[in-house]
Design a protein. Structure first.
Length: 201
């Protein structure tokens, strides 16, 4: 009996240690991920892009609406046309993204009725929250793959829709660019401390 209890205790310790290791691995990934604004020209393999999109697909959403679709631009000719449309003129503050070999347009799709009514009642558009979570999944997977990323909301939406052949009523709220960073190194993040943002009720 004593031996069985000892084995059970040992098994519990191993499980707790594995859980702790997994938790720390995710925290390290979250610390490592940063917005990249300088890219090499190397192409990102489509299997890597698809793993990033698979991570986005698995994101949670209000009422499981999954109100998103993704248009990937990664061929040289289309990319040249796309970046000139997206990041020129008033939107040139994000012209650094022109270096990136991959651009993903995040299209906001219609939510389920329950999510729409709930959002109206609370004065919240849940679809914006949903696509934000999907994009965070996407860029975290990119970081895991060694691929840099940047999520952008400032771009010429009308020009982007025209280049991609999207209908006028389509909503492209975010663009995500991907590519291998020119410079590797630890992320230097200026964030509030845990004590500043945490409060137990």
């Amino acid at each position: 009996m004593v031996q069985e209890k000892s084995k059970a205790a040992g098994g519990t310790k191993k499980k707790n240690r594995r859980r702790s290791e997994v938790a720390m691995a995710f925290l390290e990934l979250a610390r490592k991920r940063k917005s990249v604004r300088s890219y090499r020209g190397d192409p990102v393999p489509r299997e890597v892009i698809d793993r990033c999109l698979e991570a986005a697909r698995l994101a949670p959403s209000a009422c499981n609406s999954q109100p998103w679709s993704f248009v990937v631009v990664d061929t040289p000719q289309k990319r040249r046309e796309f970046v000139e449309a997206a990041y020129s003129g008033l939107h040139s503050m994000n012209s650094f993204a022109k270096e990136a070999p991959v651009h993903i347009a995040v299209v906001r799709e219609r939510a389920k009725t329950a999510a729409r009514w709930g959002g109206l009642a609370k004065g919240v558009d849940f679809t914006l929250i949903d696509i934000g979570m999907a994009c965070e999944h996407l860029v975290l997977q990119a970081a895991e793959e060694g691929v840099g990323s940047c999520i952008m909301g400032w771009f010429d939406q009308g020009a982007v829709k025209k280049v991609l052949g999207l209908p006028r009523g389509a909503k492209v709220d975010l663009l995500v660019c991907l590519g291998y960073p020119k410079q590797q190194g630890p992320a230097v993040k200026q964030r509030k401390t845990l004590e500043e943002i945490r409060r137990y009720a």
